[in-house]
Ligand binder design. Structure first.
Ligand code: DAK
Length: 256
């Protein structure tokens, strides 16, 4: 099976899905989001696939965020609508998948990229990866569940510091925070993800689906998710959003 902008391989009941948009550090534009949605839907129907590894192409980036060039011209209504669509097609969809998703973070996981890794059920990182939610540097907040899932994973104080400072964590700190389950040298990343998948494969796939469903009952879909989308949309009407995104595209620092 083929999906645009993705490479899919299936070996011994483990699917590896690689996002391939290296010219933009695998940033998520509409086409990539749509394609990932189709891949996740399809993988859920494949009984011979029991675990999915999600990673990015190249050694530099897992996903460097949502595509800034694509949303820079949006207003509040479009921002809120796109946030809702992204949640439905991809982020909530991965979180609610029938089988475990392991994010293999091979480099930058920023903004929507870290949000995608956090929508997966577990995360393994290369030692050189950098992780963060830099949206406030663009005059935005995370719009794909990041304000909720980051707090769940690292606690409120650390999540607040990460979002308010827009700074990146190194992999070792991310592991200490509980943001990633394991850190390995880059050349061993996929091997480590396959090792974790092999441990999962010893157990019941039906029980895996049940665990995901039961855990999600507590962590997914709460009122904070809807509130995040509304507030995210409102950010698109601010002067700071205009300055933040323009500054990124002009390759200069924003003046807030
Ligand atoms: N979008 C589009 N292009 C990107 C990109 C991105 N997020 N990140 C990198 N690129 C492009 C760069 O523009 C550059 O393109 P060319 O100039 O070569 O054409 C190419 O990838 C290589 O990037 P750099 O030249 O910047 O590479 P460096 O090694 O110097 O720096 C970097 C790597 C990862 C530190 C840097 O690229 C960077 O800061 N990238 C942006 C990180 C970031 O702020 N990400 C976005 C976070 S905000 C939404 C929902 C959610 C969101 C947005 C909207 N809606 C519902 C509307 C979430 C927003 C975010 O994710």
């Amino acid at each position: 099976m083929e999906f645009p902008h993705l490479h899919l391989s299936i070996d011994q009941r483990v699917a590896t899905l690689t996002i391939e948009r290296p010219e933009a550090l695998n940033a998520l534009n509409k086409a990539v989001i749509q394609s990932l949605h189709q891949a996740v839907e399809w993988l859920d129907t494949q009984s011979e696939v029991r675990v999915v590894i999600l990673t990015g192409s190249g050694a530099k980036s897992f996903v460097a965020g949502a595509d800034i060039a694509e949303f820079a011209s949006f207003g509040p209504k479009e921002g809120e609508a796109l946030s809702e669509t992204g949640h439905r097609l991809l982020f909530d969809r991965v979180a609610a998948a029938q089988k475990p998703y392991i994010a293999a973070i091979n480099g930058y996981a920023l903004g929507g990229g870290l949000e995608l890794a956090m929508a997966c059920h577990v995360r393994i990182s290369s030692s050189s990866a950098r992780l963060g939610l830099p949206e406030t540097s663009l005059g935005l907040i995370p719009g794909y569940g990041g304000t909720q899932r980051l707090v769940q994973l690292v606690g409120k104080g650390r999540a607040m510091e990460m979002m308010l400072s827009a700074s990146m964590l190194d992999a070792e700190t991310a592991e200490r925070y509980g943001l990633v389950n394991q850190v390995v040298e880059g050349e061993h990343l996929l091997e480590a993800a396959q090792g974790m998948a092999a441990k999962f494969l010893k157990n019941s796939g039906q029980a895996h689906s049940a665990v995901i469903q039961a855990v999600n009952a507590a962590t997914e879909g709460g009122p904070g998710f809807a509130e995040e989308q509304r507030i995210f949309g409102a950010c698109f009407g601010t002067t700071d959003f205009a300055e933040g995104t323009t500054a990124f595209l002009e390759k200069r620092k924003p003046s807030f």
